[in-house]
Design a protein around this ligand. Sequence first.
Ligand SMILES: [Fe+2]
Length: 153
Amino acid sequence: MHTVSINWSSDLEIGIPVIDSQHKRILEYISKVKSVQKNQSRSEVMAVLDELVDYTLSHFAFEETLIAEAGYPFLKAHLKVHALFTRRIEDYCQKAKAGMDVTDELLHTLQSWLVNHIQHDDRDYSKVVKANLEEASRRVRTKKASWMTRLFG
Ligand SMILES: [Fe+2]
């Protein structure tokens, strides 16, 4: 199977820098697997693939905490989407460990799933999460300001 290479582009941005950079990093890992695949041994491909899967799963966990804290109303649905996809990834990992060559398939699935997920599901929570992050930093600023007033005011 041939995997089409994708690069980061602004239409993948959801406007939350910490999430955008994690998404970018996943795409970079995908490219890394592809380049290693061309001239490295199977065990090296497996090692990078492992990193990619690890990073993706910890990104999911991070994102889930962020959207839960923001009180995103469709949290449950988003968690379910992540869980279903995680199971799919784990299936691939098991096949790979059993000696099957699933690298192309895994990359292709991950790439097309991720792009679609970012542009729809993730974009959907961005407004709520952004508002929550702005509110949190406002609270920190106010706290700091009143503390300084007490001390130096
Ligand atoms: Fe997500």
